[in-house]
Design a binder for this molecule. Structure first.
Ligand code: MG
Length: 219
């Protein structure tokens, strides 16, 4: 039902130190959205592993990881770490500090590992440094939560949805970042995928937070 609150919402607050690490991490996510991910991960991780597609430097991974840790679950961070289209040299979101001159490519995995370690999340996190295309055929564990925040081209966003959403357990959470109803404010691939999930009839909509959409697989 649209607007329904996540049942696990309570008075617990996220580890303030980790929250500060997340605040300082490079990345593109409002803290309010991150805290929502924390809540959703706490719910989803009770069912199975939480898969994040598109971890970059770990800002959102820390929010997810803290929720996962509280219930003794596992977070899986999937990212090829060579940057999305908009992170490449000459593009608007390029960060020179993440450029590896020796191989002439972006590399954000070191920054992710560093942030996970500082936040105390190494012990319950698995890094998959590859693409959805390579990882998905090998993956068999059903998921408690899927967070799609990888490439924002139509091909990449739909590809991530097609590869992973069927792995979600009944009751599992599907979260999608960067939903912009107004095309002038942002790319339309993520919201197209969100609408596709709604249209499938397999999910119930949960309350959105800024540009973060959330759904729950029907039981
Ligand atoms: Mg994003």
């Amino acid at each position: 039902m649209a607007g329904e609150k996540v049942e696990s919402l309570g008075t617990r607050e996220m580890d303030p130190f980790a929250r500060e690490v997340a605040r300082k991490a490079k990345g593109f996510m409002a803290e309010e959205e991150g805290l929502r991910l924390y809540e959703l991960a706490r719910e989803g991780a009770r069912l199975g592993p939480v898969l994040e597609v598109g971890s970059y430097c770990g800002k959102s991974s820390i929010f997810l990881g803290c929720g996962v840790r509280e219930v003794g679950g596992r977070l899986v961070c999937l990212d090829h770490h060579r940057g999305s289209e908009e992170n490449q040299q000459g593009q608007p979101w390029h960060d020179e500090e993440l450029w590896d001159e020796k191989v002439h490519a972006m590399d954000s995995v070191g920054e992710l590992r560093r942030n996970l370690r500082i936040a105390g999340l190494e012990g319950n996190t698995v890094l998959l440094v590859t693409t959805t295309e390579v990882a998905a055929p090998l993956w068999t564990a059903p998921l408690g939560m899927l967070f799609i925040d990888g490439g924002h081209t139509f091909r990449a966003a739909h590809g991530d949805y097609e590869a992973w959403s069927d792995r979600l357990l009944p009751g599992g959470i599907l979260a999608i970042h960067d939903l912009f109803p107004d095309p002038d404010e942002g790319g339309q691939a993520p919201i197209e995928v969100y609408r596709r999930a709604v249209a499938s009839g397999e999910f119930e909509e949960l309350e959105p937070t800024l540009t973060l959409g959330a759904l729950r697989r029907k039981k």
